[in-house]
Write a protein of this length. Sequence first.
Lengths: 224, 237, 247
Amino acid sequence: MSTSRATAILLAKELRLEFRTRELLSATIVFALVVVVLFSFAFDPTAAESRRYGPGLLWISFLFAGSLMLNPSFARERLNDTIDALRMAPISPFAILSAKMLANFIFMSVVEVVLVPVFSVLYNVSLAGVAGRLILVLALGTIGLTVTGTVFSAISSHARLRELLLPLLLLPILTPLLIAAVEATASLLVEDPELDRTWVALLAGFDIVFLTASWLLCDYLIEE
Amino acid sequence: MKVRYSSTVFVAGLIFFAGYAALFIAPDEKTMHAIQRIFYFHLPSWIAMFTALSVVFVANVAYLATRKPTWDALGVSGTEAAVVCCTIGLATGPLWAKPVWGIWWTWDARLTTTFILWLLYISYLLLRGLLDDPERKATFSAVFGIFAFLDAPLVYVSNRLWRTQHPQPVIGGGNGSGLDPAMGKVLLLCVIAVMGVMIIILLDRYRLEKLRQEFEELRLEYETLNLEPASIGKERP
Amino acid sequence: MSATHHTSAVAAPSLGLSFAGVEKRFGSFVALRSITLQIDPGEFVALLGPNGAGKTTLLRIAALLASPTRGTVQFTDGAKSYESSGLLKVKWKLGMVGHTTLLYDDLSASENLTLFAQLYGLDDVSVRVSNAMKSCGLDSRAGSLVRTFSRGMRQRLAIARALLHGPRILLLDEPAAGLDRQGLAWFGGTLERLRSDGCTVLMSTHARNESLELATRAVVLTAGTVQDDSGPRGDPRPLLALLRAGA
């Protein structure tokens, strides 16, 4: 059974499970919205300030929401020991890991698709003309978030205090991603938007480094 | 035993002498005067910290490759030593910055990277505390340690790039640049002394960890020899 | 080699397994102390012993879910033996019924079976799944979520899941627990059919389990060691009788 085929089968299972109840997705979207609203109480943004602080606020709400959403990824598999059923099947451990990474990427993307328009309305930031480039930045940032987050979900699913541990492990690791994503997004929200290549390169570099590390270390993550 | 005692005494002596040298022998710095002397411990603790972290990375990779508990013991020892040095560095920095630049802290690349590394390696220790099974603890902390080490350069680069876009007051411009030879000698002495302290801490912690592992082995042997079903009723995984 | 039964002509070669000096520790807790046991292809081994003796741990190691702290596990089909790197091939032929159901509560019964049929690369997935559902008597509830099932129904589905890909070694951890009379009858019949097909079975059992008369061998585990073994050619009944009487 090839890894890509196994990944596809497991991805279908992940999506089916989530879209049946949609609990996790809706809770995550609402949480991200709450963060966005809370920030509006912290400062009362003028248009210029929105453009300055907006990208940071957007990405922080994604990171917070993401680190809560990623927890159940592996924690769910401990119910009825379904993770053991997957480990017994003749598939590679990377198929299990990458199916979850892909599923989490899709879920986070759904959250972002809802949140970005809401953000642009609430903070009066226009996204016209930069949508395509913004999607690129969002995608690269989300890849980094979900790759590392899924790995740490596998780690924290075995630990106590896992709801606290996951953000604790994840957020410091993601600081380069946060900086790069915020700067890249900010470069798109100015009067004369131009996508800053350096930051995009950093985002891509982050993604490649951690995707490779996950692939190399996946056996240790999925084992007993 | 003798080696341990004598080396600890030696390093202690070295550190006292280094302290004395930093306070009294080193020439007075032109602009910052007395407060600059913190630099003699501030910089060496960074150097010691990075050395410790490299040791941790090697230990992490080696553990995953060989599964020998020795490497795990080295990993946790190195991390604790690194966290100690890092804390010293982070604490002495503001003590220096405030009188000199009037600010306690700034988010420049070096400081920010160090702060994040400090957080990451404290999380490493917290993770270990929250995992029960020793093998799983060793494996997962090795994986996390590798991720943290890979992240470090990315953190530094991103902060540097960010800093060129958002200029901050330059700190540490005098580190190593145009050093008076007398200062240089004192600095070297302090680097050696602080590295010595770090190594002593690391080795002592390593010894402690190895002793703990040995104790567990002996306890198991004892239980087996007694042929009691002593394991029934004990903590089950 | 045990040949006291008729092997079906089209059955795939059976697998035997052997434990050599297997020790398993969880931190300071020793679950298994140096187990050496050889199980020939086609044997039906009843694994007996009190709670905490290590039966579940032994089965998990056989299922490749856990690796021994010391010692090795090997699988052999008479001609070749598989260990370490060759173990992926063995996974196709392993089936396990564990302490927990190994099923997704939020998927339907047929979705669960379909998932595993696909993961094991089976042909005619929908046909196989519907046959399995009919066989275990759950086809009227094929579309219901597993979380709505009773204990007995979940156990039946768990067993059906383990058998779906036609394993040649079956590892059963108290498989009859929770089964009702109908389920037990079905399970007994299934086991008998598998045994006559030459499937190797290692079944841990704690109490009176109707299928024990199928066993060709009894191994008693106590505090992580093999206390008694009726052997591949011996008579398991005395040891089994002890179980029925006391433990």
